[in-house]
Design a protein around this ligand. Structure first.
Ligand SMILES: [Fe+2]
Length: 428
């Protein structure tokens, strides 16, 4: 093995050049006639060749063996709750919520993934899927690769060490990490077990949102994203490759580790980001702004302003608004909202929404504060107040989500009850 763990290059989407062995990165060209030491040059693209320059993402990899060398894939029969189908029933307009999922003995990151929500066929190259992972075993001699989308990991308990083709990324609760579509990786669990969310973006790659009148700075700043330096392992022993491809898991076996990229350059790469660096912007006068002010990353659809996916957080912050109902208001949105809780309590739901849990408010579902939160917020004396020790996220999508069969059967039975018993307004 070579390259150092924990070494990162700051910046978002930058053109990076990095080599784990001196002299392995070609100079002045991408594909020399004879790369150094007999390495194989390979381009991995994240956008079409002809995508506009400011959106074009690709990297050149210099590796011990070409990725093309592999036997046929066959169906993978493990991971009993990963990538499973939705029901063919009509999508009901119900609000749904789930408790955290238990660990299953001996599950690594792949076998420990449960797919909860999906909203487009991966072949559409649009949509998102929301998975929850609960893992307690390292991936030692197998790697995973997702051909269906970019994976955004949101740890809730325990760190993940993602050993990827392009470097090593350690991500802890409170941080997020992205592995681009097509990048192979295996996951170690430095804390013995880990739980969290894996958000799969099948559409345009996540990018930082435009800031409009906010200006040149604010929200997630590019300098706080971290891309790993080149790292590889030289292991000639059997490795299983699990690939998610068009919503189904496949497997094949190699006689070596495919994490054998000695050097790479380009702007398609994994990264991590610490949510504590998010520059939170909110009202200093009245009214709760639209939650789009909390957007960390966006994946645009083909309709301007209508996101395939927005990754939004609800971080610790000061509440100072005057003459205002301070928690999120009641709403019915055209966008569909899946929410997870990383730590603490969410300010619109005092009970029933636990860290590691999940809720779904699909297109036009009426929702907002529960009765207890509404009671407290309407009676509170509005002094400056700091919300601390909390971090929730929302994966908002223009495509309504469909729960998987497992999710349909495991939802809390009484979620609607949190909006029962509101007193009727009394006209004069
Ligand atoms: Fe909402």
């Amino acid at each position: 093995m070579s390259g150092s763990a924990g070494t990162y290059i700051p910046g978002f989407g930058n053109h990076v050049s990095t080599e784990a062995v001196a002299g392995t990165l070609p100079v002045g060209r991408n594909s020399p006639q004879r790369p150094a030491f007999g390495l194989y040059a390979e381009q991995l693209s994240g956008t079409a060749f002809t995508a506009p320059r400011h959106e074009n993402r690709r990297s050149w990899l210099y590796r011990l063996r070409p990725s093309a060398e592999h036997p046929p894939f066959t169906k993978y029969e493990g991971a009993p709750q990963f990538a499973r189908a939705t029901t063919s029933d009509p999508l009901a307009p119900n609000r749904l919520r789930w408790d955290p999922l238990p660990q299953r003995a001996g599950a690594d990151l792949v076998d420990g993934i449960t797919t909860m929500l999906v909203n487009r066929d991966p072949a559409d190259l649009e949509g998102v899927a929301l998975h929850i992972y609960a893992a307690n075993r390292n991936m030692e001699r197998r790697v995973f690769v997702n051909a269906d989308g970019e994976l955004l990991f949101v740890p809730q308990e325990g760190r993940l060490e993602l050993l990827t083709e392009l470097g090593r990324v350690v991500v802890a609760p409170g941080q997020i990490a992205s592995v681009p579509r097509g990048v192979r990786f295996r996951a170690l669990l430095p804390d013995g077990a880990a739980r969290g969310y894996a958000l799969e973006n099948q559409g345009a790659m996540f990018r930082l949102p435009d800031l409009g009148p906010i200006g040149a700075n604010g929200l997630a700043n590019p300098r706080d994203f971290e891309t790993p330096v080149a790292w590889f392992e030289d292991r000639d022993e059997p490795f299983e490759v699990i690939q998610k491809y068009m919503g189904v898991l496949w497997r094949t076996e190699l006689h070596h580790s495919p994490l054998d990229v000695v050097a790479w350059h380009g702007n398609l790469a994994p990264w991590r980001y610490d949510l504590a660096h998010f520059n939170t912007i909110n009202t200093v006068s009245f009214d709760h702004p639209d939650p789009s002010i909390f957007t960390v990353l966006t994946s645009p659809s083909d309709v301007p302003g209508r996101a395939n996916a927005d990754f939004v957080i609800f971080p610790p912050r000061w509440m100072v608004a005057e003459d205002t109902f301070r928690p999120p208001w009641f709403h019915r949105n055209i966008m569909s909202e899946a929410m997870g809780l990383i730590t603490g309590a969410y300010d619109a739901k005092a009970d029933g929404f636990q860290p590691g849990g999940l809720s779904l408010h699909n297109l036009l579902a009426g929702h907002g504060p529960d009765k207890a939160s509404w009671d407290a917020a309407t009676k509170a004396e509005l002094k400056p107040h700091r919300l601390s020790g909390t971090m929730a996220f929302m994966l908002e999508s223009c495509w309504p989500y469909r729960p998987t069969l497992f999710a349909s059967e495991s939802a809390q039975p009484d979620y609607d009850a949190c909006w029962a018993d509101f007193p009727k307004a009394q006209l004069p």
